[in-house]
Design a protein around this ligand. Structure first.
Ligand code: ATP
Length: 222
């Protein structure tokens, strides 16, 4: 089995996330992609986020109809902030012979990886599939990643990806640009504007029912 891990706040999950997971799983032949909602992302500490149970429910609604997609509550059940290394260790310990892990991450987040807890160990445990971000032309995942990360990899010109000494790889995929962001969706709801066609209708309905992201504004009834 090739298993993908797709972490995020998913506040809320939208078509950009879902299309990204679809294109990645198809391109790299992943058998399963686990969406892993984060509890308190270390880089977002201090900002208020939507209750974990609501974010989780939105992810569940969004992936329910895709047999290749699944949800992992591992980070929500763990007390304290979410560190990817803990999640990766937990998944790695469950792997069978011949199974492999692929951590799916946007390029903007990957270039920060040198600041992550135990990042050197992470590279021993999983491959990375780095995804393009809408509007960005950057296509080299290691260019902005810092010397400490770069020196762990060799470029493999035959496969056009980077190889770690463990044999794990860093791949880069150019996705269809879908310039939707969760923060834009939250702002639209706050301003009482429509969010239709930005995310699955089941998730849109859930947001209305739970009155999420309203702040001072109201969601337009449609
Ligand atoms: P926010 O706007 O609140 O920062 P976000 O959607 O960028 O939200 P996350 O929910 O944490 O943040 O994103 C999870 C992952 O999905 C990240 O790796 C991010 O790079 C990727 N991602 C987010 N939006 C898109 C998009 N429109 N297209 C492709 N990938 C995306």
């Amino acid at each position: 089995m090739k298993i993908g891990l797709f972490g995020g706040t998913f506040d809320p999950i939208h078509w950009g996330h879902l299309r990204s997971a679809e294109e990645v799983s198809e391109t790299y032949g992943l058998d399963r992609v686990y969406f892993v909602p984060a509890s308190i992302p270390p880089h977002k500490r201090g900002k208020t986020t939507t209750p974990a149970k609501d974010r989780l429910q939105m992810v569940r609604l969004a992936v329910a109809r895709n047999p290749r997609f699944a949800v992992s509550t591992i980070e929500l059940k763990r007390p304290g902030p979410s560190y990817s290394i803990d999640t990766i260790r937990a998944f790695a310990s469950q792997l069978g012979k011949g199974d492999s892990l692929y951590f799916i991450i946007g390029l903007d987040a990957f270039i920060e990886i040198g600041t992550w807890q135990d990042f050197k160990e992470i590279f021993l445990l999983c491959n990375f599939i780095v995804t393009s971000r809408p509007g960005s032309k950057e296509n080299d995942p290691l260019r902005g990643a810092g010397v400490a990360v770069k020196k762990l990899f060799c470029y493999d010109p035959k496969q056009a990806n980077y190889r770690h000494q463990s044999g794990n790889r860093v791949y880069f995929i150019e996705l269809t640009d879908i310039a939707i962001s969760a923060s834009e969706i939250r702002a639209l709801v706050r301003q009482g504007q429509s969010i239709r066609y930005l995310l699955p209708s089941l998730v849109e309905r859930f947001i209305k029912r739970r009155r999420l992201y309203r702040g001072a504004g109201r969601v337009r009834e449609s």
